[in-house]
Design a protein around this ligand. Sequence first.
Ligand SMILES: NC(=O)c1ccc[n+]([C@@H]2O[C@H](COP(=O)([O-])OP(=O)(O)OC[C@H]3O[C@@H](n4cnc5c(N)ncnc54)[C@H](OP(=O)(O)O)[C@@H]3O)[C@@H](O)[C@H]2O)c1
Length: 317
Amino acid sequence: MGNTRTTKTVIITGGNSGLGFECAKTIANANQGWHIILACRNANKGTQAAETITKETGNKNLSFLKLDLASLASVRNFVAEFQSKNLPPLQGLVCNAGITSGESIEYTKDGFELTFGVNHLGHFLLTNLLLPSFAEPARVVVVSSNTHNPAIREGKLVGQAMYLGAERLAHPNSEYKLTSGQKYTSSKLCNLLFAYELDRILKKGNKQITVNSFDPGACPGTNLAGENNIRKTIMDSWLGKSLLKIMGVVASTPEKSGEAMARLLLDSKLENVSGKYFQIYEEIASSKDSYNKTIAKELWEDSVKLTKYQDIYTILS
Ligand SMILES: NC(=O)c1ccc[n+]([C@@H]2O[C@H](COP(=O)([O-])OP(=O)(O)OC[C@H]3O[C@@H](n4cnc5c(N)ncnc54)[C@H](OP(=O)(O)O)[C@@H]3O)[C@@H](O)[C@H]2O)c1
């Protein structure tokens, strides 16, 4: 398998851990000619993950490229470095990396609230800067979370998502402060608003680039809740898993949901499916707010300003 000729490239953000790692492993195992780039902020973790996947699958077509979504300069450097490499055409992008943060406000290198900055703004800029490099047909997968939906149990448990506008999410003050859970769920709502708006723009431009969103379910065992964190210890325990079941939360494993995430890229039946939201393997509806075209456009335009990015509307026209 190590010598399979690669014909296309996929970039997976946060591919060194949890769901991104399992997704990369599934793609490597599928042996469909992908060169897989693990876009990670930590070089040791990134190269080690690539080596582990090679060892476990026999597929050598993986490489690491440094990407810190908490820095717009790093996102730009990543894209420049990617473009300078002589890799097979870019036909896949999985916006998977994500964080939760505590109650106090932390900031990205550019002064944005960290959760919104990493989960939404970093991926917004990355995707837009990569668009001219895509070879059609291509697929984009945006990893959200069903906790973005305040109408369901998961959303209520973690903290009601609030779309306050990009400027207020990026620069919270005492008046517009969200709880730790709300910062996460609101950023995941932004992931969906972004994915649906991108899909509409690409369809208008007759681009053969599909954009689908993904909820992996609750997957204890990843590092999302933070290393050595009490939440992680509880979630990973037998008690935590039983509690999730009793509460009726849709639960999965990193392995199963990583496979389901990869399927959005690999499955030929999904070739023309775009603008949809999948919970593990099932297409479901997202929250009412996530379908609001007005706030999606507003989020897009404000994200352009915040990231100082030249708009795709200009590129497509
Ligand atoms: N696990 C769940 O129950 C669950 C449920 C719903 C949705 N999700 C979503 O699934 C996605 C993957 O999460 P996971 O559960 O697999 O967690 P994870 O194991 O913590 O993986 C997150 C990945 O994101 C990377 N990352 C964090 N900050 C970054 C930055 N500034 N720049 C680049 N990469 C960065 C991490 O890198 P490091 O290793 O260097 O930290 C890691 O590779 C997230 O978008 C999350 O919101 C997870």
